[in-house]
Design a protein around this ligand. Structure first.
Ligand SMILES: Nc1nc2c(ncn2[C@@H]2O[C@H](COP(=O)(O)OP(=O)(O)OP(=O)(O)O)[C@@H](O)[C@H]2O)c(=O)[nH]1
Length: 407
């Protein structure tokens, strides 16, 4: 019972939206998410990188304030950071380079952190230790502004704090107590930013999953609609258009032909299998179905234009519409169709006109006189009726003047 309901419920449900605590999604979704994430990061990366440049300029101003000598010694690492920030902007701008975006962001964050540590070790000034706090700043930049994926951010933060600890250990100006305070401060800001990063990425993944499920719903609905649409316009037995499909295609094709509309001249052929009732009576209804399928396959194979089509008009009555075709050409087509079906040689013992299955055809071409679908069908029907009356297995047509004649 449960299996049955699962089978019927092909659309994803709310349960598919649940996200595990570790945030990882199944492999194909994870790949799509990575792409989605990079694109979302790309939107903020230029601003984040610009932010870095502004911070570097402010840091330079601070150094100049401390001593121009300090600034003179630190321009190289600052320049490297600025260059990396600009590189990050460039990477974010090109879709094909974006897969390097997170690596570029991490490189930038490391440079910011290491620059601070490096300068801090060399500046002999009580304010020097503030430069060590760039590790915390870099972690914040990386996690919040540059949006490095959570697991990368955790690894990157640990590496930066380890680098900070090593720098502090080697710095002659900073005593152990101050070093511990700096480390704890960095750890505290790193945990805060990582927590924020975790929440942010969770929300982003949730949003991505919801969108994904919505898209799946939309695709399922589209394909269901396509199936329904084709079921509504195609005849199940012969695969031709049904009457509804025929009417809409014919109206679309003619659309105001002869009255300044966008439609074009078309010829309509209506044909009917001769003595089909007797065929059914002689060979049975199932054989009758097979006969209908075989007969329908001939005009379908003969029509070539994109806009031409074959429709099952009624039980054993079919319609062929030839777009942009004159009456003369339509009559050539009709005669070829009649001959091909006769040449199939399907035995028809009940027929009074032949030993094999034959058809009668009525043809009309759109003109100033008749240019709409109902008018053309009526004329083709009238010609078909006369073809039957004249002995069947023949083509009759209605001229532009409205007279029916035999081919
Ligand atoms: N096997 C089968 N027979 C069908 C189908 N649809 C309609 N028919 C049969 O087609 C026959 C049509 O009979 P009529 O309208 O008298 O036409 P006819 O016997 O071909 O006579 P004429 O058109 O005057 O030559 C009927 O016996 C219907 O039962 C179908 O899908 N399958």
């Amino acid at each position: 019972m449960k299996d049955e309901s699962q089978r019927l419920n092909v659309l994803p449900s709310g349960r598919d939206l649940r996200l595990p605590w570790h945030l990882r999604l199944p492999a194909p979704l994870e790949r799509d998410f990575a792409e989605f994430f990079r694109n979302s990061v790309a939107k903020v990366a230029p601003w984040a990188a610009l932010n870095v440049v502004v911070l570097l300029v402010l840091a330079l101003a601070l150094e100049l304030y401390i001593s121009p000598e300090v600034a003179a010694r630190t321009w190289r690492p600052r320049l490297l950071c600025a260059m990396l920030a600009v590189a990050t902007i460039l990477v974010a701008r090109h879709a094909e380079w974006r897969r390097w975006l997170h690596s570029a962001s991490l490189a930038l964050a490391f440079s910011v952190a290491l620059t601070g540590d490096w300068i801090g070790m060399r500046v002999d000034h009580p304010l020097a230790f503030s430069l060590f706090l760039q590790t915390s700043l870099a972690i914040l930049l990386m996690s919040v502004l540059l949006r490095v994926p959570f697991y990368w951010a955790v690894t990157g933060s640990l590496a930066m704090i380890a680098a900070l600890a090593a720098s502090l250990h080697n710095s002659p100006h900073i005593d152990h107590q101050l070093a511990l305070v700096l480390l704890l401060l960095s750890l505290a800001s790193a945990s805060m930013s990582l927590f924020g990063q975790y929440i942010y990425e969770r929300l982003l993944r949730q949003h991505f999953l919801s969108e994904n499920v919505l898209f799946q719903h939309r695709d399922e609905l589209h394909s269901a609609n396509r199936v329904l649409e084709s079921q509504a316009t195609v005849d199940g037995l012969t695969g031709c258009l049904n009457r509804r499909g025929m009417e809409s295609r014919l109206n679309e094709l003619l659309h105001g032909f002869g009255r300044g509309g966008t439609g074009e001249r078309a010829s309509v052929l209506l044909f009917d299998i001769d003595f089909f009732k007797q065929y059914n009576d002689t060979y049975g209804h199932q054989a009758g179905d097979e006969c209908l399928k075989t007969v329908a396959s001939i005009p379908r194979a003969l029509t070539q234009g994109d806009k031409d089509f074959v429709a099952r008009y009624g039980g054993e009555e079919f319609m062929v519409v030839l777009a942009n075709t004159s009456l003369k050409d339509a009559l050539v087509f009709a005669e070829r169709l009649r001959t091909r079906i006769e040449q199939l040689g399907l035995p028809h013992a009940g027929s009074r006109v032949s030993q094999v299955v034959t058809i009668s055809i009525g043809v009309v071409c759109a003109s100033e006189r008749v240019s709409d679908a109902p008018g053309l069908i009526k004329c083709a029907d009238e010609a078909l009726y006369q073809a039957k009356g004249a002995g069947r297995n023949r083509v009759a047509y209605m001229s532009d003047q409205g007279r029916v004649a035999m081919l």
